[in-house]
Design a protein around this ligand. Structure first.
Ligand code: GRF
Length: 193
């Protein structure tokens, strides 16, 4: 039996695609039990459907609190019994309640070398500050945004002609290598405990 993961997205899903490609290339031994999106028009949903991966859309209802949404999300995720929850461009902040339900089982990828630049507009900040290094980080998810323990990082050297767009593309390319490899490593380690 392959370990199951659930992938949470809100948009394009290129990291989801990298995970799917790694599975199909035999480099990642997991089953994506479900892809869940909080946005009905997330392109990543089409990517999943193309590969016969079950999808669910869970949009926020008007007047729903963060905890109420997360309660529905927890119920949905638990139906799939995943060993790991993979956030891949999921744009919602998760409540303490959600995080404590799945402690140590939620990971996220972020486009900066954390602890530098949590939050949005990371490429812009790298350029504004004249940083020579940039990259991406995979970390455990806690209730503080982009602040959980770091699991893995990949770095690149910023070129003098880099723009926000080129950095975005170059960091994405790093992410697409790092995320599948780190998921495999995580599952190897937690299964040998
Ligand atoms: C990635 O840059 C990731 O680091 C951030 O959101 C973006 C998602 O991109 N958390 P995609 O939807 O996987 O293309």
């Amino acid at each position: 039996m392959k370990p199951k993961v659930v992938v949470l997205i809100s948009g394009n899903g290129s990291n989801l695609q990298a995970i799917i490609d790694a599975i199909e290339a035999g480099q990642l031994n997991v089953e994506i039990a479900c892809v869940i999106s909080d946005k009905a028009d997330a392109y990543g949903l089409q990517r999943a459907e193309k590969h016969q991966i079950p999808t669910e859309i869970l949009t926020k209802q008007t007047q729903e609190t963060r905890e109420q949404y997360d309660e529905r999300l927890i119920t949905l995720i638990q139906q799939y019994q995943p060993e790991l929850i993979v956030l891949a461009g999921f744009m919602r902040i998760l409540s303490k309640y959600f995080v404590e339900t799945f402690t140590g089982k939620i990971i996220n990828i972020h486009p900066s070398l954390l602890p530098k630049y949590p939050g949005l507009h990371t490429h812009q900040q790298v350029l504004q500050n004249g940083d020579t290094e940039h990259g991406c980080t995979i970390h455990y998810v806690t209730e503080d945004v982009d602040a959980g323990e770091i699991i893995a990082q990949a770095k690149l050297t910023v070129n003098s002609d880099d723009t926000e767009e080129t950095l975005k593309q170059r960091v994405h390319a790093l992410e697409h290598q790092l995320y599948p490899a780190t998921i495999q490593k995580y599952l190897n380690e937690c299964r040998s405990d």
